[in-house]
Design a protein around this ligand. Structure first.
Ligand code: ZN
Length: 169
């Protein structure tokens, strides 16, 4: 499983996200190494209608391809599915928006176990908008492994903050 490879592909998704001062441009992939093709879905911030996040766009698109609602996606995911996201899944959003941590936690198999057991991310969520991200702990408490892959932080953050204006030195 080449985490770096898939994270780089997630970064190319992030680059498609329309830059906005109030969002991070994030990219995500759902990957199943034993499936053909291995990439089940791609997504980026604001790809799907509404104020959608990258992970959310992956879930919406994959659910739509199966003809089910997003919350019914869990049992359809392969056992080895991995969620790649350039930035750690969000744990706080404005009222009325479900967080990506909640969306991941909500994807259950028919026996009630978590459908996504591995999340690979490139950077922690910067504290600019939401303060410290407790999402990793919530996911870990549910038995979901959150892995951090080094090496792309600079590029990921540069893409994520494309719409935030230039820093004046
Ligand atoms: Zn999110």
């Amino acid at each position: 499983m080449d985490h770096h490879h898939y994270l780089r592909l997630a970064l190319t998704e992030a680059q498609k996200s329309p830059p906005k001062p109030t969002n991070f441009c994030v990219g995500a992939l759902l990957v199943s190494p034993t499936s053909n093709p291995a990439i089940l879905a791609t997504g980026y911030t604001l790809e799907c209608p509404g104020n959608t996040h990258a992970e959310q766009s992956c879930f919406i698109k994959l659910a739509a391809s199966h003809g089910v609602a997003e919350e019914k996606l869990g049992p359809l995911l392969p056992e080895d599915v991995v969620l790649y996201t350039t930035m750690e899944p969000c744990n706080q959003r404005s009222p009325g928006n479900m967080t990506c941590v909640e969306r991941i936690l909500g994807l259950r198999r028919d026996d009630g176990t978590q459908a996504v057991k591995t999340v690979v991310c490139g950077v922690h969520e910067p504290e600019k908008f939401v303060g410290e991200n407790q999402g990793r702990k919530r996911l870990a408490d549910a038995g979901i492994e959150v892995m951090h892959v080094d090496g792309l932080e600079e590029q990921i953050l540069a893409v994520a903050t494309t719409g935030h204006g230039k820093n004046v030195a």
